[in-house]
Ligand binder design. Sequence first.
Ligand code: ZN
Length: 490
Amino acid sequence: MDTILEPFIKDLNTLTTHGINVNISGHQRNFKGGLMCFLADNLASNLLGGFKESFSFSHRFCRTCMVKTTSYKDKFLSSDFCQRTAEIHKRQCDELDAAEGDLKDHYSKTYGINRRSKLMCAKNFSMFDGGLPHDAMHDILEGVAQLEVKLLVKHCVNEKYITVAEYNHRTENFDYGKNEMDRPGIITRELLGSNDKKFHLSAAQTLLLCQIIPLIMGDCVPEGDEHWQCFLLLLKIFDIVFSPVVPKGYCAVLKLLIAEHHSLFKSLHSSSMITPKFHFLVHYPDQIVALGPMTRYWTMRHEAKLSLFKKASHLGNFKNIAYTLASRHQRWMCYQLASDNMLQSCFECGPGSSPSTIGQQPHQLGSIIQRAIPSISNDATVFHPKWVKKNSINYCNNNCYVIIGTDGTDPLFGHLIDVYVVGGDLLLLHVYHCQTIYFDDHFHSYVISDTTNMSIVCLQDLLSPFVLHGHKLFDGRSETYITMKHLIFS
Ligand SMILES: [Zn+2]
């Protein structure tokens, strides 16, 4: 690894100290840059940083703190652990380098360090202030959530709240809408009964299943069930961790939620169920303070990129797989550059009526559009398609809701009736205003009702570009429930 890192660190240090000169419109400009953090999964991060890669053959497995393998199941606050620092780490590496034989093994296991990493030579970079961040996709989705959602379903089946057949029926017949492509599949009794700690879902499937499971089976679970309460705590952690904006004050809330969740989880299950990934969550609040909201640097995007290589590797030619993948990736890049739309937002319209001007619209609609955008001219073209897809989000009138504002505490939703494209690229959404009645803790969702007030909102004025779906519960009650993807901070 250090052989690979060496030229990278050398170039990086040149960029940090001397920078590169770029000619911009006849002016010579000097740009400098540096490494902020290195994004990877836990094993790769530990490998890069020179830490032990195996969690079971070390007394200390965390690259952020000095937690022992004997104590991470008992304490759930980052302040309970001594943090690793550049100074402490350098001293430990010195001791490791000076030792030989059994003593070297002893230091290596005691400190959880394999070697002095080349990353330590990168200027203005520290591995310990968020330099090797913990990743929400691998820790919380593929680790904690997969395990907990499996244990929750198992508990509900054992307590006879729901049968496996009913769970599968509801999962298959849930109204996912047009925006949720990574749908969770059905389960079997064998999968529930196995010792495997996973549900064998992708990270995106796990995220979706956790968000919708209150709507799928919440009506079957009695209020106050402790396993359900524990899962609701996990969803509250999701709300902050997956938000693209996190006010600093919420990091303290997150700290308490994680400690409360882990303590309750431990009291409900044997402590052998608590894995090192549970521990990594205790560092999330400090990491958000250091680096910002976690979805800004999680590895979900890297996994999406990886899927390109996974598809290419399924072609069956393994004579020189590295060459095959490199070649196909270059061809893909060539296509993207030649098609000239690599960095442009994707905008796609469905079928609709012939474009007309603002002046030709029915009076009420024309005046609503002009009220929404006073500067718009009467000659601007208006196209009324059945649906619009922008940045992979589908806006249509199929039970879709958008967040048009807040009342200071709760979000205000708009029920999408129509979409209009004005002037070729401005997306306007025609919505009925909804009344946010209350937040139902048990279903972790807002209960809303439509009103007769309507208005037109510009897409860029929404508090979140996401389209949410209104749901009826399977028990037949009449209220409409909306589950958020994360907290909204205006
Ligand atoms: Zn730690």
